[in-house]
Design a protein around this ligand. Sequence first.
Ligand code: BGP
Length: 464
Amino acid sequence: MKKIGKDFLWGASTSAYQCEGATNIDGKGKSVQDLTLPVKDKIDFRNASHHYFHYKEDVKLMAEMGFKSYRFSISWSRIFPKGTGEINQKGVDFYNNLLNELLKYNIEPVVTVYHFDPPLDLENQGGWLNRDLMVNAFVQYSTKLFELFGDRVKYWQTINEHNMIIQVGHVIGVINPKQDNLFKKLYQINHNMLIAQALVTRKYHDMNFKGIIGPAPNISYVYAETSKPEDFDASYKANAWRNWLYLDAACLGEYNTIAWEWMVKNGYEPELREGDLEILKKGKADFIAFNYYNTSTVRASTKIGSIKFSESDQQTAYDIPGLFDLCDNKNLPKTEFGWSIDPQGFLHTMRAMWDRYRMPLMVTENGLGAYDIVEEDGSIHDQYRIDYIKAHLEQLKVAINEGIDVIGYHPWSAIDLVSTHEGIKKRYGFIHVNINDNGEGDYKRSRKDSFYWYKKVISTNGED
Ligand code: BGP
């Protein structure tokens, strides 16, 4: 019976634009997120959790919890204010300091190169649709990160939730939904990102570092609503469209055939240049970093025609005519924010990836967004968060016991930070940050109940 190994990476996760703040100082250029308002008239990403100013204190608290690793992203526009060209030394200094602080406590850095925050200058020149510009800039930026930090970082992820950028990019501020031929463009962006990712992966391998590199998509198993064969067929295809389109390219160096056929049939297939398939083959990942929050459920498609995609800010899921209709899974409880809770789905998701790719897996996000209440004495009793993580850890143990090579677990999030589209009223952290949804507060850090609980989990290597 296999158990969690002694080298297991216990930690937690954040992203630069959601926690750093300090968007206007020390030479940082603008990213699209600096102009994004997650909720109108509420706290935005410009100040976030002030991690830029509090990083020493934050790392000290992570060390107190016993973190073996910390998963965070680098802000592209802090390193290259215009996305390419001149480097910003103060940005480099910040990440050098952060890395050194982590290593001081033997915390392994797990670094995401790109987490939803393209530099505004590049976006204004067409962003990911401008293939030559963006792919070259991404390779230049990533290569610079490897040169600067590759001696200290052993775990790299290329692009956070590439599949969510394509599917719900309008919700996270990186895709304008009001444009012609949106889906044709989205799948071209997807292709350009896959090429950029493969080139960067290859580059990293050629530089002969000792570390590993992989993608960081949001992978969530899609169930069939019933045992009807046509519903199973819909779930099979939905998995291809939602999950394997991205991972087959990253891990096998190929396009998923079901997803490709669907793109061709609907006129969404991307333009491929000569040599592109070769690029995918030569830039395969070493491991899969993945984010898991919940599963989804589908039945056979009842719709024909093109995708009906509302421009509403909150729409995060839609039916795909000819592939599937989404349905509510009444068997699963939901969080206060309407996300289903499905620890067993976490196990199915890991099994599915392991069966398909046989690659080491690292959990880079998983967690519960909730309205936390600060008691008069300052304590925060977030038992719901403990219950959620505990239930998922039980399934992680089953996965390891079955022989699935899971190398680390990083719940979202280490500290409270600004949610992609809910402001800071929706919190995820083990560490509370004193700032309210109107942006008022002194950013003081404090420990939630989950902080003490997770500390115990780590110290007992998952036995708690
Ligand atoms: C993931 C993102 C994170 C994070 C998390 C929670 O999709 O990678 O950046 O924010 O989801 O989502 P939300 O903030 O919308 O609650």
